[in-house]
Design a protein around this ligand. Structure first.
Ligand code: AMP
Length: 190
């Protein structure tokens, strides 16, 4: 079982590279952003709460996210090939909770793969995505807030995972296939 955290700023290509990993390795996939957007679409209480944070570029409180994560993880059963965590963890308490949740099941994160992309490229990609996807948070003002939340609250996880000894840095700027080859090399070595 190879549980992988795919990590990076908004627009770093986590979703795109997750799709390639699912196709190649048969992994399961948890995108917490997708889970929240589907709750919003279905008009649930959780969706209503989440929308206020998302549209403001802020993170949903940790306790809510951690409950969601455990229930989605358990829905994959015990024999999966590995789960890609995409968009989670985003804070140190979330990383600690993930470690604990997995340990309680006799599992662990095998690798944290960081996609590193320059800031001006992130902005360019997210503005472009906003035009195509219509995502309410892909507008210039909210993107700026999300990038600053990434720097303040999420990027300290790089050091946290370095200390765990499972951080892998990937240059996320360039050809999609080269990036995927770099990710595959990390996964194959696990
Ligand atoms: P994403 O699709 O991963 O870019 O997530 C979109 C938005 O959903 C984020 O800007 C947050 O408001 C919220 N979100 C997604 N994942 C998390 C998480 N792990 N913790 C807190 N908020 C999250």
């Amino acid at each position: 079982m190879k549980n992988i955290v795919i990590f990076g700023a908004p627009g770093s290509g986590k979703g795109t590279q997750s799709d390639k990993m699912i196709a190649k390795y048969g992994f399961e996939h948890i995108s917490t952003g997708d889970v929240l957007r589907s709750e919003i679409k279905n008009g649930t209480e959780l969706g209503k709460t989440a929308k206020k944070y998302i549209d403001n570029g802020q993170l949903i409180p940790d306790d809510l996210m951690i409950d969601i994560l455990a229930s989605v993880y358990d829905s994959f059963g015990k024999e999966h090939k590995g789960v890609i965590f995409d968009g989670f963890p985003r804070t140190i308490p979330q990383a600690e909770a993930l470690k604990k949740m997995l340990a309680e099941r006799g599992h662990k994160v095998a690798s944290m793969v960081e996609l590193d992309v320059p800031e001006d490229e992130l902005m360019k990609r997210l503005l472009q995505r906003g035009q195509q996807s219509g995502r309410s948070d892909d507008n210039e003002e909210t993107i700026k807030k999300r990038l600053s939340v990434y720097h303040n609250q999420t990027s300290p996880l790089i050091e946290w995972y370095e200390k765990e000894g499972i951080h892998h840095h990937i240059n996320g700027f360039g050809e999609l296939d080269r990036i995927f080859a770099d990710i595959s090399a990390v996964i194959d070595a696990l």
